[in-house]
Design a protein around this ligand. Structure first.
Ligand code: DC
Length: 204
């Protein structure tokens, strides 16, 4: 039986951590759809045309996720994600993954609204821009990348504006999604809230 959990939200909201924990708890597969856009963004930075890069994306391009986690690739991902041809080229892969036997969690920006409007459970995970920038700043420092809190906050706000303001599948909360604001929650509390919300949908 397939069971799809759609988890959307802005950068550094905690949706990645929550998605991995929900997938592990329920024994579901997990697809971080941001990685698809990051891989296309990286190839654009390397000189390829974004639409062509999206149309020819393979698992090999996702094999080294750590090389896709930096801020330059994040900004490039947000830019290519506004191109309708890029989004169209990535739809089939995401929908096929969502319906894999055994069920799946997909996290991104448009999963509950565009990719999987019929997902059995939908969450929208958010937090204030300041909290998200603080988390991302700490994460980047831990990975040895030199940056300031102010630069990270500006980066987060720029991406939020582009991701929510674009006309092609903008970041948005689906009407039937459960909102989880992680601003004042610990990781354990946020994960527990997400698991409870998915559990409630599973019993319906
Ligand atoms: O989740 P992330 O920060 O890795 O995503 C990187 C960028 O990719 C994000 O700024 C917008 C884009 N994206 C998107 O448009 N749609 C998705 N489903 C996932 C990511």
């Amino acid at each position: 039986m397939s069971f799809t959990v759609a988890i959307d939200g802005p950068a550094a909201s905690g949706k990645g951590t929550i998605s991995r924990a929900v997938a592990a708890h329920f024994g579901l597969g997990h697809l971080d759809t941001g990685l698809l856009y990051r891989a296309v963004g990286k190839r654009m930075l390397d000189g390829e045309a974004p639409a062509e890069a999206a149309a020819t994306l393979t698992a090999d391009h996702l094999a080294d996720p750590d090389s896709l986690r930096g801020p330059d690739v994040a900004q490039a991902a947000s830019k290519v994600a506004a191109i309708p041809e890029v989004r169209a080229a990535l739809v089939d892969f995401q929908r096929a993954y969502a319906r894999r036997a055994g069920g799946a969690v997909l996290d991104g920006r448009d999963i509950g609204t565009v990719i999987c409007p019929n997902a059995e459970a939908k969450l929208f995970v958010t937090a204030s821009p300041e909290v998200r920038a603080g988390r991302r700043h700490a994460e980047l420092l831990e990975r040895g990348l030199e940056t300031t809190y102010e630069a990270v906050l500006a980066d987060v706000q720029e991406r939020d504006a582009r991701d929510a303001g674009r006309s092609a599948a903008p970041m948005a909360m689906a009407d039937d999604a459960v909102l989880i604001d992680t601003s004042t929650l610990s990781i354990e509390e946020a994960v527990a809230a997400a698991i409870a919300a998915v559990e409630a949908r599973r019993r319906r």
